[in-house]
Design a protein around this ligand. Structure first.
Ligand code: 13P
Ligand code: SF4
Length: 327
């Protein structure tokens, strides 16, 4: 099949991302996109993509997109034999926990997360021993083994609701110190935090936000709650990646900045060509390990398959299910 024919066949898909991908670059993506669409049909596979995936993945080949909470929820609705997780390891593990009978693939095993890497199951047991009256809330950005040691999971989209649902005087919330502090500022529940940080969001500073406001008068600042509290304090709104996207949808701010990972702005910006997106952002090196070529390779070779020890999977699944049951 000629390259020109591939470009012609993918022309409608290109229209979805035209504002953020120059025509010259599309030539490098079109062949892999066509191959992935064929492989998805052949393997009866679906692709789940996090909001931080690049636009050619997010808008052109993904079947289900969203924040960590949406991906965990919607993973349960999947009616396919194979799930390819375009995101990081903990997301693929969560999809596997919710779909033990399906094949779950992650295109690059090195797609980790600084938060998930900051804590071990042993650390959780030590925290429990030190604060025996405090239930453990594990951020979904943790390994299945850490979830298995926890009472309930949370995401940035439901953290406060989960903490308050427990009816406890104090809770252990791990591993993100900043998310824990940001939730503590909104609730009367005492929060005992762990000192993990997201390597992407910890780099933003309050001075940077103030400089942005000075350089771009009227800009609306939306920040992810993994940012340090002093950054969140400078923002107009703090919320999960899905929360930021729906803020833009609801309010249509003429000029806006998303204090988060870079692809998030690209993915939202293509949907609102009239809005001015200011782009200081930080790249997540883990999310960026996932590429079209690796997704194609994953479907061709059926690698890398996510497996979880059943002794860990059962309690870890319980912690995720408890979270999903909180309305
Ligand atoms: P969300 O749940 O808000 O999508 O965040 C996931 C994540 O990894 C943010 O850094
Ligand atoms: Fe982890 Fe931060 Fe990357 Fe999200 S952005 S996957 S929290 S390192």
């Amino acid at each position: 099949m000629s390259h020109a024919a591939t470009i012609a066949r993918t022309a409608a898909l290109y229209e979805r991302v035209r504002p953020v991908i120059p025509p010259m670059e599309w030539g490098a993506f079109a062949g892999d996109i066509e191959a992935i669409l064929d492989l998805k049909a052949e393997r009866n596979a679906v692709i789940l993509a996090h909001n931080y995936q690049t636009p050619e993945i997010f808008h052109c080949i993904a079947d289900i997109t969203g924040d960590s909470l949406a991906l965990a929820r919607r993973a349960m609705e999947v009616d396919a034999d194979v799930i390819v997780l375009a995101g990081v390891q903990f997301m693929a593990e969560t999809a596997k926990l919710m779909n033990p009978e399906k094949t779950v693939l992650i295109p690059d095993l090195r797609a980790g997360c600084s938060l998930a890497a900051s804590i071990t199951p042993e650390d959780v047991r030590l925290m429990r021993a030190r604060y025996p009256d405090a239930p453990v809330v594990a951020y979904v950005n943790t390994s299945a083994a850490v979830k298995a040691e926890s009472d309930i999971c949370c995401t940035s989209g439901n953290a406060r609701k989960i903490v308050e649902s427990l009816g406890a005087r104090r809770v252990i919330m791990l591993p993100d110190e900043y998310l824990a502090k940001n939730v503590a500022a909104e609730t009367g529940v005492e929060i005992i935090a762990w000192a993990g940080h997201c390597e992407v969001h910890e780099r933003f500073t309050a001075a940077e936000i103030r400089a942005l406001r000075a350089a771009h008068p009227g800009v609306v600042v939306l920040a992810h709650p993994e940012c340090p509290p002093e950054v969140v304090a400078e923002a107009d709104y703090a919320g999960s990646t899905a929360g930021m996207a729906s803020y833009v949808e609801r309010n249509r701010p003429a000029r806006v900045v998303l204090i988060t990972e870079c692809s998030m702005s690209d993915n939202v910006a293509v949907q609102y060509p009239g809005l001015d997106f200011i782009r200081p952002c930080n790249l997540c090196p883990h999310m960026k390990r996932i590429t079209l070529k690796k997704i194609r390779g994953a479907l061709e070779t059926m690698t890398h398959e996510v497996t979880i020890d059943p002794a860990i999977a059962a309690p870890a699944r319980r912690a995720v299910e408890r979270m999903l049951a909180v309305k």
